[in-house]
Ligand binder design. Sequence first.
Ligand code: ADP
Ligand code: ZN
Ligand code: MG
Length: 642
Amino acid sequence: MSVVSPKKPKNNKKTATPSKRRRGWRTFLGGPSFFGNLITTVLVFIILMSVYSFIESFIQPNNEIPLSVVAADVAEGKISTITVNGDSLDLIYADTTTKTSRKDPSAGLPETLATYGVTPAELAKVSITIQGQSGFQFWFITLAPIVLPLLFIIFIFWFLSRQVKGAGMQAFSFGQSKARVIDPADSSQRVTFTDIAGAREAKEELLEIVDFLKSPKKFLDIGARIPKGIILMGAPGTGKTLLARAVAGEAGVPFFSISGSEFVEMFVGVGASRVRDLFQLAKKAAPAIIFVDEIDAVGRVRGTGVGGGNDEREQTLNQILVEMDGFEPTEKVVVMAATNRPDVLDPALLRPGRFDRRVTIDLPDRRDREEILKIHARQKPLRPDVMLAVIAERTPGFSGAELYSLMNEGAILAARENRKEVTQYDLIRSIEKVMLGPERKSHLLSKKEKELTAYHEAGHALVSSILLNADPVHKISIISRGRAAGYTLKLPFEDKKMFSRKQFLDDIAATLGGYVAEKMLFDDVTTGPSNDLTVVTAIARDMVSRYGMSEKLGPISFGERQLGNEPYSEKVAAQIDAEVSRIIDEARARAIVVINEHRVALDAIAKELIEKETIERSEFEKILIANGITPKKRDEDQSVVV
Ligand code: ADP
Ligand code: ZN
Ligand code: MG
């Protein structure tokens, strides 16, 4: 049960919490699997040994006779030929049977036989050939007993260490940077500016860095100092990481990347040593780019943490600052960083000589969205009916990453239906999927729930259609998707970068429309609208504390109040709370008025929803007109450039 409209600059506090990879001691020591592997290895060894001796017994057939018998047979003239091969003797008898024997390797055959009493005359009747051992055979026979076990032991160590590494060997590689490196020669990983649509200003800014990395001498000769640090700021999925990689790709320099959250480890000091290591590596490879993704994970304002636990982060941050300060002016290493929370960064990071260049990347506007869609449609065959412009128009607030996944979902839909081309309908369906999660057709509502959801969504849709500053309704559905039982899609007239107080107020009223309708009809409240209430409260709070939209408190931006960081008093906090409540109460009152006044229309929308489950804009507008409400004008064709 949610109203879906393009993302507003609500509280963009969606930040990645540092994912500390902690491991238990069991796996750290290798755990039970370590001993399992040892047993396997020993078993393999035993099997190999038995196979070896088995084969050996084949190679040496058991018709070996003692030397004394050989001597006797020679004396009796039974043997016609003896072939000497090292210490082994191949005997061929006059009756063509063959036998083998062995002699002392240090003594010659005639001497040996002489000691057994064979006379030279008797020996002369036997033809003796001495076959030299081939060099390879000799070395193999002498070295194999030493080398083979050695190889085997090395193999065991390699095998075990590989297993252990998977589990917890990291403890042994503590201070290594763990950075991923993208080699400029690796064309499969290479990203260039042509892979990025929109973000024109950002690209322009970064072109300078590319120039410098390509021909640093030109800049250094004239005494120009190139910024050491560039920080990319923008909402998640706007292509910050991609842009940083593209700078490396364009300049053809190695790209060392690490994520801020990876610095935060369980042992204090590890992060700092990783930083040192990373900078060292990059300097060796200069010209190069160091990229610290999600720098807010380490770069938050220092000294505000309550209690301990932040030492590690602070040390890591300090080390980054120290390394950047220690750069020689001739160093050809550029540090780039990305964050979606520039507001929480430590000011020390942004000081001149550190990350003093700031590049902001906005969510793409309609034209950029179309370009991004085109980029991601490159390898996907599209049916000629596909109009990416229309898709771009219907996806305000989508980030580059969301557009990418929209295209991908479209292709998946086509593939699942065994089609070779992606159609417009595939893409349209994907918009909602990306926005709200997959449809949950199996999630069947009871009759009562269905009615409730229908009235809830009808409430949103009706209030949105009546209030002047709310966005027009595009689609209503009571098919559950993701966590929502139903949804009302709204589309603004144009991409908005700024929002007015009136828009916020109407938006809050429309979002409360669902709650109000439920309460009015069923005289009860369900858990359904809880998300609506969260959204409403967040907007109202931002209006008061961030945008100065409260008459009473005036144009003051109040920061966040946390334990240990209290930029304003209890009293002001209470005033803010009171203003938030007042805004919400007034919006609710307006929603009640609208729904009371247009009760017949509400019933009609809900009835249609129960019957059809999904209503598109044209059907919805017919219901409005039938009830004497003029739909908001929205000339789609005008804004679509085909
Ligand atoms: P961020 O680091 O800002 O969260 P990413 O750089 O990881 O975002 O972007 C994720 C993906 O979204 C990229 O790999 C790319 O496929 C797509 N994307 C984002 N912005 C753009 C853009 N401007 N042009 C083309 N693709 C984009
Ligand atoms: Zn709702
Ligand atoms: Mg990123």
